[in-house]
Design a protein around this ligand. Structure first.
Ligand code: BGC
Length: 425
């Protein structure tokens, strides 16, 4: 046996988000889905017709039901079963979202039964030795909050403060890790700049206000949480990409890449530099810039037509470490792969990338695969399947995918301290 590369207390986790799995949520997203499902189905071909797998997805993509989260994957009722599966997969941690609209369905009115639901939820994780990573906000909000302008109005941050305080009062003794906000850059961009997500704004000024208010929201949450309990470790789940110049000696490609690294990766994290105990980030994308646009290799592609370069995690880890010198947690990472053709390869390359980084002294504390379960993929709906576990939404039966079985064995081997993963490249 060789020396272990991953520390004993490394978190092997999976991530989920309330709206994407729970079912029967009533928030600004579920309202938007009902308003737009027909339209999305009707225009699916013009949006997705270019995808390599259009023939495979077209039945689902042209069906309005695809765009409605509805019963979700009934995780709200089946969470114990799902945690049993996570445990069988040898996971040691679990990231989940709190659904604000359940806890505070009307402004200032708390739903005690829903708070108890999450209290039991956390207790069930603990029973199985799965460390709970509580995510406060993963894009969904009660409609009373969005009706008032949501995060566009700084005055609304008092509602956020009240919500965070309530969560801490009720659940703060049961948790050690909190992620405040998921992917502020993605949310602000899609909801306020490109108009692809509710409230479908295309207004740079609104975008900017929201982005700044999310910085403030994080900072305020940080101080509320620390006042409650200094020991709770707090971070965000930033969306960071491994951005590279297509032509490494071309001045335009290099400058654009440098700018995009600053703007997409560091802008938000720099502003909360002092208010985070770990750097949490989601990694999905390696993008190459040629002149002013992205020009990625044409293969391999995931079901969402995203270019896949899992090993791009390594250069990204190096840069994150160089910038912040703080413990790192990979809060999401994965791919849409309904046939489970590439998932094992993706995870294996990811583990190699983390091993390289760890052996260089980069302090990585955990890895959370996205996702444990197939789930509702926002504007694309149900056809993209990110789960280690496949779900039949007719009968809600869960089936562990072959790649997940491989991953479970791999975790067991790494925890025992066997050979480092072979890099076959
Ligand atoms: C989000 C998830 C999403 C995943 C795959 C991340 O950007 O946090 O909610 O499902 O990517 O697109």
């Amino acid at each position: 046996m060789t020396k272990k590369v991953f520390p004993d207390n490394f978190f092997w986790g999976a991530s989920t988000a309330s709206h994407q799995v729970e079912g029967r949520t009533e928030n600004q997203w579920s309202a938007w889905e009902l308003e737009n499902a027909q339209y999305f189905a009707k225009h699916a071909k013009s949006r997705l017709g270019e995808f390599d797998n259009w023939d495979k997805i077209k039945n689902q993509a042209t069906n309005p039901a695809n765009y409605v989260s509805g019963r979700g994957v009934d995780h709200y009722n089946r969470y114990k079963e799902d945690f049993d599966i996570a445990k069988k997969l040898n996971l040691t941690a679990f990231r989940f979202g709190i659904e604000w609209s359940r806890i505070e369905p009307e402004e200032g009115k708390w739903d005690a039964a829903e708070i108890d639901h999450y209290r039991n939820y956390i207790a069930e994780l603990r029973k199985r030795d799965l460390e709970p990573f509580l995510n406060i906000w993963h894009w969904t909000m009660p409609t009373w909050f969005t009706d008032k302008g949501g995060f566009e109005k700084s005055g609304n941050l008092k509602c956020w403060d009240r919500f965070v305080s309530k969560l801490m009062d009720e659940l703060g003794d049961d948790i050690k890790y909190v992620i405040t906000i998921n992917e502020p850059n993605v949310y602000a961009t899609f909801s306020y700049l490109t108009g692809e997500w509710p409230p479908a704004a295309t207004n740079p000024w609104s975008f900017f206000k929201v982005y700044i208010n999310l910085v403030r929201a994080h900072k305020r949450a940080y101080s509320i949480i620390k006042k409650k309990n200094k020991k709770i470790q707090v971070g965000v789940a930033a969306q960071l990409a491994n951005l590279q110049a297509k032509r490494p000696r071309n001045i335009v490609d290099v400058s654009v890449t440098q700018f995009m690294r600053y703007w997409w990766n560091w802008w938000f994290l720099n502003r909360i530099r002092k208010q985070q105990d770990f750097i949490g980030f989601n990694y999905y994308f390696t993008d190459y810039y040629k002149n002013f646009t992205k020009e990625n290799p044409s293969a391999p592609l995931s079901d969402l037509n995203w270019y896949m370069e899992p090993e791009g995690l390594h250069p990204l880890l190096s840069r994150v470490w160089a910038h912040y010198k703080k413990p790192i947690i990979i809060t999401e990472n994965g791919l849409a792969d309904s046939a489970d053709l590439n998932r094992q390869w993706w995870i294996e390359e990811t583990i190699v990338a983390m091993e390289r980084a760890l052996s260089e002294g980069i302090d990585i504390r955990g890895y959370f695969h996205w996702s444990l379960l197939d789930n509702f993929e926002w504007k694309y709906g149900w056809w993209p399947e990110f789960g280690l576990v496949q779900i039949n939404r007719q009968n809600m039966v869960r089936t562990v995918r072959p790649s997940a079985k491989w991953y479970a064995d791999k975790i067991a081997a790494l925890r025992k301290g066997s050979q480092p993963t072979q890099d076959n490249t």
